[in-house]
Design a protein around this ligand. Sequence first.
Ligand SMILES: [Zn+2]
Length: 268
Amino acid sequence: MMKPIGDVIKNIPVSRSGKSPNGSAIRITRKDDVRCPICQDAGYLRADVPPGHPSFGRLFPCQCKRNELDERRAEDLRRLSNLDAFTGYTFDDFDPSMSGTEEAFEAALAFAQEPDHRWLFLSGPCGVGKTHLAVAIATYAMQWHHMSVYFAVVPDLLDHLRATFDPNSGSAYDERFTSIRNAPLLVLDDLGTENATPWAREKLYQIINHRYSEQMPTVITSNVELRKVDERIVSRMLDHRLTQYVQIDAEDFRRPGDARRIRWTSRR
Ligand SMILES: [Zn+2]
């Protein structure tokens, strides 16, 4: 049972006294404008337990505080995902009649519509639209489910983790790592192309293993042979109880010399 720390505080006179211009006393109490009725805006609750209990004296974040943290994390992940760089990568922009991509399109759309406790793994050569579908899922989940999403190209994610990693500022790093690991929807594009150090490989494994054991919605794309990927990761990705695995066999539609642009039939 939780008790607002305000309960303790409110028995203490907390009002500030002052003088109005005409000299009469005014009282400004902190109870006037309370946004959270649970904690009286203190943000934390104290466990209502007797002395000697392990939780005695401990403070717990109130729901309002947790919501605030979730919002801050969602905003952080949204900024990191940089999905603005992928405008036009929606389901509507995808041409599912492109040979070999129909199943991937349907699986991606079904996943986006109901991402609960599932993984989707799309594999296939470059240029068949895996990134397009991955971005479309991320965008759909944000727009229609109001989910907090983290989208990352795996080599960039590992670079980012390396760059942020500073043993002297451990808590900021841990905070970032935790919010990536716990993103309500995680989309990892281009797994297996990273030139990972053992440290980075371990970080990636930790993220994936956490999401595997917690059955958190995760989308992974890859264009490399699975034998080149960490076998601990592969064994989780191929667990059919959790993952829908779609292999795309399609011609490479990518224009020679253009790494990002994909020539969709609808845009010819
Ligand atoms: Zn509260």
